[in-house]
Design a protein around this ligand. Structure first.
Ligand code: NAD
Ligand code: UFG
Length: 333
């Protein structure tokens, strides 16, 4: 299949391009580089031996997207492009609503116009909010009160409504849990700008010595060791989940959790990182972070049964690969 991958030079998108190419699909990347670099295309080519087509373009630009669709006639779209910083979405909500909703609508419109029947959307476990764990696809959505989470729930709604009146359309909503790690080559991975918001990139910065210590946000949650529990998933497992999703796409709306089904606490992740990489991560317990929930992990049975996909890589591998990427990438930039 020929897959149009928006956000394909970003963290999850780049790993998915690698897995698509490794599985003999062709790839066209559209990315405006607001949070990634064009050099990623070359790195994807180094890993796979195949260079994807790349357009530096904005997925909200209808005329450019129309041209790309009519020129290449893709079989499917995987829509990763989006803004994703929860805190920033509270500060500049309009930018988040505009970018995340408009890109989805423009792409969907072009799918209908050009007869593209497969649409895979990057959603997030954030749509479950404070439901009871493990999160199940059938639960009522309760996006936490931040504009980022709202954009994910709204895009899911838009895609579902449009699919209902276009029965030939296949919409797959993939709810990611906490993607971490990197490709084993160390050539692609997560490289956030500035001080990281998320746990794993923060840990790698501490390991590198760029940040002094990790702040553990609260140890008084109702969890086994009091720190927050999350379902960390290796980004390559996540990428493989996308290949399974595009290959099995069938008309209608399909929702899948992509996680491991296992919860890991902040302290457990620190210990795993130390053991996997044989180094020490200085940390200090601080106040809870506003908006955090105690526990977030997936029920993964639906993806296993319907897509035949399960995550294979464990926390040790996630920590080892995240650190390898940091060392290789940091040595080059
Ligand atoms: P990322 O920022 O690394 O990748 C997103 C890419 O989209 C970037 O390369 C950026 O330049 C591009 N982009 C943004 N707006 C664009 C636009 N209008 N037109 C073209 N390109 C645009 O983020 P990621 O971690 O790879 O996340 C990919 C998707 O998965 C996002 O939609 C994100 O919300 C979602 N998601 C991520 C996580 C996570 O923890 N990383 C969790 C759940 C869901
Ligand atoms: N944490 C710390 N210190 C830090 C950073 C995080 O203790 O410096 C803790 C958090 O309190 C939480 C856990 O580590 O308990 C994980 O936090 P992350 O920020 O890495 O991830 P979140 O689960 O809070 O959020 C992520 C994405 C969201 C997405 C959500 C669900 O950032 O965009 O997963 O998919 F919505």
């Amino acid at each position: 299949m020929l897959i149009l991958v928006t956000g394909g030079t970003g963290y999850i998108g780049s790993h998915t391009c690698v897995e698509l190419l490794n599985n003999n699909h062709d790839v066209i990347i559209v990315d405006n580089l607001v949070n990634s670099q064009a050099g990623v295309v070359e790195r994807i080519a180094t890993i796979t031996g195949k260079k994807p087509l790349f357009y530096q373009a904005d997925a909200t630009d209808d005329s450019v997207m129309d041209l790309i669709f009519s020129t290449h006639k893709p079989d499917g779209v995987i829509h990763f492009a989006g803004l994703k910083a929860v805190g920033e979405s509270v500060e500049i909500p309009l930018m988040y609503y505009r970018n995340n909703l408009l890109s989805t609508m423009v792409l969907l419109d072009n799918c209908l116009k050009h007869g593209v029947s497969h649409f895979v959307f990057s959603s997030s476990a954030t749509v479950y909010g404070d439901n009871q764990v493990p999160f199940l696809e059938t639960m009522e959505l309760r996006p936490r009160t931040n504009p980022y989470g709202e954009t994910k729930a709204m895009c899911e709604r838009i895609l579902t409504d449009v699919a209902q009146v276009n029965p030939e359309l296949s919409v797959t909503l993939l709810r990611y849990f906490n993607p971490v790690g990197a490709h084993k080559s160390g050539l692609i991975g997560e490289a956030p700008q500035g001080i990281p918001n998320n746990l794993m990139p923060y840990i790698t910065q501490v390991a590198k010595g760029s940040l002094q210590e990790l702040k553990v946000f609260g140890n008084d949650y109702p969890t086994p060791d009091g720190t927050g529990v999350r379902d960390y998933i290796h980004v390559v497992d996540l990428a493989e989940g996308h290949v399974a999703a595009v290959e099995q796409a069938a008309p209608g709306v399909h929702v899948y959790n992509l996680g491991t089904g296992k919860g890991t606490s902040v302290l457990e992740l620190i210990t795993a990182f130390e053991e996997a990489n044989n180094l020490k991560i200085p940390y200090r317990i601080t106040e809870r972070r506003a908006g955090d929930i105690a526990e977030c992990y997936a029920d993964v049975s639906k993806a296993r049964e319907e897509l035949g996909w399960t995550a294979k890589r464990g926390v040790f591998e996630m920590c080892r690969d995240a650190w390898r990427f940091e060392q290789i990438y940091a040595a080059e930039v």
